[in-house]
Ligand binder design. Structure first.
Ligand SMILES: [Ca+2]
Length: 198
């Protein structure tokens, strides 16, 4: 036993600890973990025209610039509402979606708003209280808006977009567990998660 040297050393011949190699390993491991997390993120994309049921005044409409060439909307009224009063009717579109895994999801909507009095829906998930979706200040063009962040269990859930203001359009909506993901263009629909009537 060597008692002259109490400094712990590694006795494998020819091997010396290399701090740089350690950092490289740590960075590679971190990248692998991040990519695994992204790969396992759940994403559900639904075309708004693929509702389960719809009630007027919510209506389906066609547009060559909408994904799937269709969207749903609360048609503009004449005169257009200029106050944030009560909606003129209880029109809505109800969706049934299969959530692939339990988790916390960001809900996004690809929307087109007429103006500041035509820029929102009510959003109701399952039997939770309805919340306002939208109310941002981008008008007259399709864009993505982030809504609520919600915990959902694996299985079927109902999502309802309801009339709040006339002139509000919805092309797609998306639920994703990837909190850093920001959609830019229209997304490819995940048909396997969208339940349609027989
Ligand atoms: Ca669409």
């Amino acid at each position: 036993m060597n008692t002259a040297n109490n400094t712990p050393t590694i006795s494998v011949s020819g091997w010396k600890p290399d701090l740089r190699a350690g950092w490289v390993c740590a960075i590679v491991l971190a990248m692998l973990l991040i990519s695994a997390a992204v790969a396992s993120a759940a994403k559900v994309v639904v075309e708004a025209e693929h509702y389960y049921t719809i009630k007027a005044a919510m209506a389906k409409a066609s547009s060559q610039v909408a994904s799937g060439s269709a969207y749903i909307h609360i048609p503009l009224q004449r005169p257009h509402g200029t106050t944030e009063g009560a909606p003129s009717d209880t029109g809505y579109a109800l969706f049934k979606v299969k959530i692939p895994k339990t988790g916390t999801y960001n809900l996004w909507g690809r929307v087109h708003w007429y103006d500041g009095c035509g820029n929102s829906f009510f959003l109701k998930i399952d039997d939770k209280p309805a919340m306002v979706f939208g109310n941002d200040g981008t008008y007259q063009r399709w864009h993505w808006v982030r809504g609520l962040r919600i915990s959902l269990t694996e299985g079927v859930h109902t999502i309802r977009f309801q009339n709040r203001e006339d002139g509000a359009k919805l092309d797609q909506f998306m639920l994703t567990t990837d909190t850093r993901y920001v959609p830019v263009r229209a997304e490819k629909e995940t048909k396997q998660y969208v339940i349609r009537p027989e």
